[in-house]
Design a binder for this molecule. Structure first.
Ligand code: SIN
Length: 307
């Protein structure tokens, strides 16, 4: 897929979200599902958006955790410019960017790839193994299969809020150990080699670990969210592996139950923008024989903090 890219990225400081309870005047926001998700319309993301529009979009992301835009047509530079309205570029390790734009990766599934495997196919919060994981991820559908290959998101405020007060109290004292070892260490190269459309360079730096609070306070909403995920959380600080496994397995299962999720069936031109601080997501690996081609940018976040 070749996309002409004739516009330069515009770098402007990110703008704050509109206030809680703000009445939208620049965009229309329609809730999409019960747990999370909203569709934003009446905005063309390829243009230079004014600050009021950006602050309304940011408000909608904070309120709905993941937002969707339909019928967009973004060059990579336009997608980067849109991302920059929400924050700096967040470094993307291991994955080769598209030619000509170091801030964009292509998330690609080729027709010959096997059903049952997909990049992003395990529940995760993007790059939670980094000291400062990205706040936002923006995925733009360029080519989609005629059915399937949906993406799911799960609301981690709900995941935390629906636990008993006893478990909530216990979890607030814990730190999760995060690592890219099960995704990007050398032992995983064989898996990435089966994703023929993407170039991933595994490296044993992926075995490094970092600790983050198991319950994270969202930097903008101030609300607590569960912050562990099956892809990158490999232990609990100070716990034996077999002890941590039991509790983490419970939390992984609890945190992605259907009542906390929304699911998006992609059409060409769709853009999804989610907040990794309070959702997990996963790609459905239920299609082969068809191509799926998306562009993804990531927006910098802050170090997770506890209560
Ligand atoms: C991702 O994890 O960012 C990929 C999601 C998808 O391809 O649906």
């Amino acid at each position: 897929m070749v996309i002409s890219d004739d516009s330069a990225a515009i770098f402007t400081p990110p703008v704050n979200a509109a206030a809680v309870g703000h009445k939208y005047t620049r965009i229309r926001v329609d809730q999409y599902a019960g747990a999370c998700g909203a569709v934003i319309s009446q905005v063309d993301l390829s243009t230079r958006l004014d600050d009021e529009t950006v602050s309304e979009i940011r408000r909608a992301i904070l309120d709905h955790l993941v937002v969707f835009f339909r019928d967009q047509c973004l060059t990579p530079a336009q997608q980067v410019a849109f991302s920059h309205r929400f924050g700096d570029y967040s470094n993307v390790p291991f994955i080769e960017p598209i030619p000509g734009n170091p801030e964009v990766i292509a998330v690609v599934r080729e027709p010959q790839e096997r059903q049952g495997f997909a990049f992003g196919g395990l529940w995760h919060s993007d790059f939670s193994f980094l000291e400062q994981p990205p706040f936002g991820s923006i995925l733009h559908a360029i080519e989609v299969p005629p059915y399937g290959a949906d993406t799911l998101w799960s609301n981690q405020y709900l995941a935390y809020g629906t636990l008993s007060s006893g478990l909530q109290t216990a979890l607030r004292t814990l730190r999760g150990v995060h690592s890219a070892t099960n995704a990007y260490s050398k032992k995983m190269q064989v898996i990435h080699d089966s994703f023929v459309g993407m170039k991933v360079h595994t490296d044993d730096s992926a075995n490094q670990t970092i600790e983050h609070p198991v319950v994270r306070i969202h930097a903008e909403t101030g609300q607590p969210a569960l912050y562990v995920n099956a892809q990158y959380t490999v232990g609990l600080a100070g716990w034996a592996p077999h002890e941590a496994r039991l509790l983490l397995d419970y939390l992984f299962q609890h945190s992605v139950q259907p009542a906390f999720t929304c699911r998006w069936n992609w059409q060409v031109g769709d853009v999804a923008f989610w907040d990794n601080r309070c959702v997990q997501h996963m790609a459905m690996a239920d299609v082969s024989g068809h191509r799926r081609y998306m562009h993804r940018t990531t927006v910098a976040g802050e170090s997770p903090v506890s209560m």
